[in-house]
Design a protein around this ligand. Structure first.
Ligand SMILES: [Zn+2]
Length: 254
């Protein structure tokens, strides 16, 4: 999840020469869009770029129409062909349906409706959550796949067997990660998945387990994890459980 992607090789110039442009699109509009593309490519933070609802004769309605008729039809495959990934860069799951997301949304940024650097492949679920918001995760500029600074705080209640899982963010770097996980609802998913894993360990090991066998079990589960970015949160979970195995042991044997 939150995997960076290489910036696209495709640039606006390639697109403009390939499509039949609408009548409102002349040299002035073309030059402005090329100018704005340069600004985007050089931007340190694309979310700082100001919205714009009109460039010459090109307005939001016309630019949306242009995207829908031209990009979606003729150039969608060309854009997607650049990425060999089989997983969504945001949630990390294998694609069920691929959408193209306008990181800076079409409804506010007339200048980036057909600009490749603003068009990011994304699964339809993540795309739906993102909607028209100009916030999120831009895989051409950001990479949080290491989930740096993320940790757990797990409290066990041996009376009602409940587990309270909190995600802990340990550094300033993880502030953006925290926002991204929250924005796409993945913090909740991680908590639910982690809780299930712990309950399963308790059920499988039973209350007669010895401490050293619990440790061996956690180490084995950790080493069996597929080593990729989509499992990073599980690695962090098992590291936490190994470092705090006394609490887990008490929970299992009581
Ligand atoms: Zn996704």
């Amino acid at each position: 999840m939150f995997d960076g992607l290489d910036k696209p090789n495709l640039v606006l110039h390639d697109i403009l020469k390939d499509i039949t442009l609408p009548s409102c699109f002349n040299k002035y509009e073309k030059d402005r869009l090329l100018f704005f593309e340069k600004r985007y490519i050089k931007a340190k933070n694309c979310y700082d770029i100001k919205p714009c609802n009109q460039i010459g004769k090109l307005n939001i309605i016309e630019s949306k129409k242009m995207y829908k008729n031209k990009i979606k039809g003729q150039l969608r495959e060309k854009i997607l062909k650049q990425y060999n990934e089989s997983n969504c860069p945001v949630c990390g799951r294998e694609y069920f349906k691929i959408n193209i997301d306008h990181v800076l949304p079409q409804s506010k940024y007339v200048q980036y409706s057909i600009t490749p650097i603003n068009l990011v492949p994304m699964c339809s679920d993540c795309n739906k959550i993102k909607g028209d918001v100009n916030y999120g995760f831009h895989p051409f500029f950001e990479d949080y796949s290491r989930l740096e600074g993320l940790s757990f705080d797990i409290r066990y209640n041996t009376v009602d067997e409940d587990i309270k899982i909190n995600l802990v963010y340990e550094s300033d770097i993880s502030e953006k990660l925290k926002k991204c996980l929250n924005f796409y609802g993945m913090d909740i998913k991680i908590k639910i998945e982690s809780k299930k894993k712990i309950k399963k360990i308790k059920k499988n090991l039973g209350s007669g387990i010895k401490k050293k066998d619990l440790i061996a079990c956690l180490e084995s589960l950790k080493s069996n994890l597929k080593f990729d970015n989509n499992n990073r949160h599980n690695m962090i979970l098992f590291d936490y459980l190994l470092n705090n195995s006394d609490d887990l042991y008490d929970y299992i044997v009581n």
